[in-house]
Design a protein around this ligand. Structure first.
Ligand SMILES: Cc1cc2nc3c(=O)[nH]c(=O)nc-3n(C[C@H](O)[C@H](O)[C@H](O)COP(=O)(O)O)c2cc1C
Length: 183
């Protein structure tokens, strides 16, 4: 990430998160990677969203990062789980009022029945942003931790013999083994 930031990669923390239903139907979308440490990658979403429901019924997820400017990709698979409420609270507080208001007035994934309904969402979000009232975190707004069990670092090479380094472990918290794999 430091390398991507220093190379001025555009939106380096916009990543693709894939989840799957209990029956194995896969879905993907972009989320923001909010934080990471040695154990987990943290993103936020709504627990009632498609991804939230899928993670609740099947915690196996994949996350892909592509940094075009530095010709790198990172592929992660692992187990996702809701983070502690204190982590969600902290991320909510850092969100800024317009984003908080949008999260409160909109229901991610719900049908918009009309243009009037869409305009109403905008005006309610605007009014809430401008009001003095504190905007509390809806309990459905959650931080999630992704605990990796595989990590693959891909580095592009001009001769197309790209370098791939693959890490794996049996379960989150276990010890890693790694090997180079062919492009
Ligand atoms: C650049 C970008 C960043 C996004 N970041 C998030 C995010 O951090 N969390 C989130 O829930 N949705 C985020 N979204 C919206 C998701 O891509 C998606 O539309 C939404 O979460 C609903 O997904 P779902 O119905 O598959 O659960 C982002 C979209 C874009 C384009």
């Amino acid at each position: 990430m430091r390398r991507a930031e220093s190379a001025a990669v555009s939106y380096p923390n916009a990543v693709t998160l894939s989840s799957a239903s209990r029956s194995g139907v896969v879905s993907s979308r972009t989320v923001i990677l909010k934080a990471f440490d040695d154990e987990q990658l943290v993103f936020e979403s709504e627990s009632y969203s498609r991804k939230g429901i899928e993670i609740a019924e099947n915690p196996h997820v994949a996350l892909t990062i592509h940094w075009r400017e530095v010709h790198r990709q990172i592929c992660v698979t692992g187990i996702a789980a809701p983070a502690a409420a204190a982590v969600s609270d902290e991320m909510w507080a850092a969100r800024g009022r317009p984003n908080q208001a949008a999260s409160v007035v909109a229901r991610e994934g719900a049908t918009v029945d009309s243009v009037a309904a869409e305009l109403d969402l905008h005006s309610r979000a605007d009014a809430l942003t401008k009001s003095e009232a504190p905007i509390s975190r809806p309990l459905t707004y959650q931080a999630y931790g992704l605990f990796p069990t595989t990590l693959e670092f891909w580095e592009g090479s001009a001769d197309r013999l790209h370098r791939r380094v693959f890490y794996e472990r049996e379960s989150p918290g276990g010890s890693w083994s790694w090997r180079r794999i062919q492009p």
